[in-house]
Design a protein around this ligand. Structure first.
Ligand SMILES: Nc1ncnc2c1ncn2[C@@H]1O[C@H](COP(=O)(O)OP(=O)(O)OP(=O)(O)O)[C@@H](O)[C@H]1O
Length: 230
């Protein structure tokens, strides 16, 4: 679970307050106007930004001052952060061992993860020889291999067309459910939120608001979300 205990995050003159908890196994969308602090929230949970006040507890462990490495978190960004000079299998293998010193068992796990995301047979391709959707699958396979219980997605599939995006969201939903992951996903598209996230955190006016049911929020959005959705 993700417990933001009266947390305040600062980024230059900008600050964001958050006080809520997300239970284990829930999928939560994060929406709000551009510049409202959605990435700030995810980066603080991942440990890329410090917590200025309050406490952050992940799966029962206080990580307020912990660096990113030991946190039980994996994160996928919009650009999928794949290394262009490494093959699909090597990019996935980084999820097991940052130096790619892989044992036979690790290699089998990489092959399994690639199969699970539908990329069996493409293990030797480099990212430039994969489509956008296939690159997203490589990034997901790496997350699978990391086996960390919290998954943060910062507009991960924004560059994909609508049909591929739905496919990827379904894959995330299935993986999250198989592995009982707690997922926090930033998206600009209410359809994406409705597709996989039963609840939503709206970020506006310096606050990450309490999670509420996605369907109810989209049916009757608060002013900041309404203005943003147009
Ligand atoms: N390095 C920085 N130094 C100072 N302020 C920053 C820095 N990075 C971001 N900000 C400010 O922090 C605020 C929140 O930024 P953030 O990237 O979290 O917004 P966002 O909701 O994810 O936006 P978008 O939807 O456009 O990606 C913005 O007002 C931004 O200008």
């Amino acid at each position: 679970m993700i417990d933001l205990n009266d947390v305040l995050i600062r980024q230059g003159a900008f600050s964001l307050a958050a006080a809520f908890a997300l239970s284990r196994g829930t999928v939560t969308a994060v929406m709000g106007p551009s510049g409202s602090g959605k990435s700030t929230l995810l980066n603080a949970v991942a440990g890329f930004l410090p917590i200025a006040q309050g406490r952050l507890v992940l799966n029962g462990v206080d990580v307020t001052n912990a660096p990113p490495g030991p946190r039980p978190v994996s994160m996928i960004f919009q650009d999928q952060n794949l290394f262009p000079h490494l093959t699909a299998a090597q990019n996935v293998g980084l999820g097991r061992h940052p130096g790619l010193k892989l044992t036979q068992v690790d290699r089998l796990a990489v092959a399994d993860a690639l199969d699970r995301v539908g990329l069996g047979g493409l293990q030797d391709r480099k990212p430039a020889a994969l489509s956008g959707g296939q690159q997203s699958r490589v990034a997901l396979a790496r997350v699978l291999l990391q086996r960390r219980p919290i998954l943060l997605l910062d507009e991960p599939f924004a560059a994909l067309g609508p049909a591929l995006r739905v496919e990827m969201l379904e894959l995330v939903r299935d993986i999250a459910s198989d592995q009982d992951l707690t997922v926090l996903m930033v998206t600009h598209d209410p359809k994406d939120a409705a597709e996989i996230a039963p609840q939503m955190v709206v970020v506006s006016d310096g606050v990450a608001h309490l999670p509420q049911g996605t369907a109810a929020l989209l049916a009757d959005p608060p002013p900041a979300l309404k203005q943003y959705l147009g």
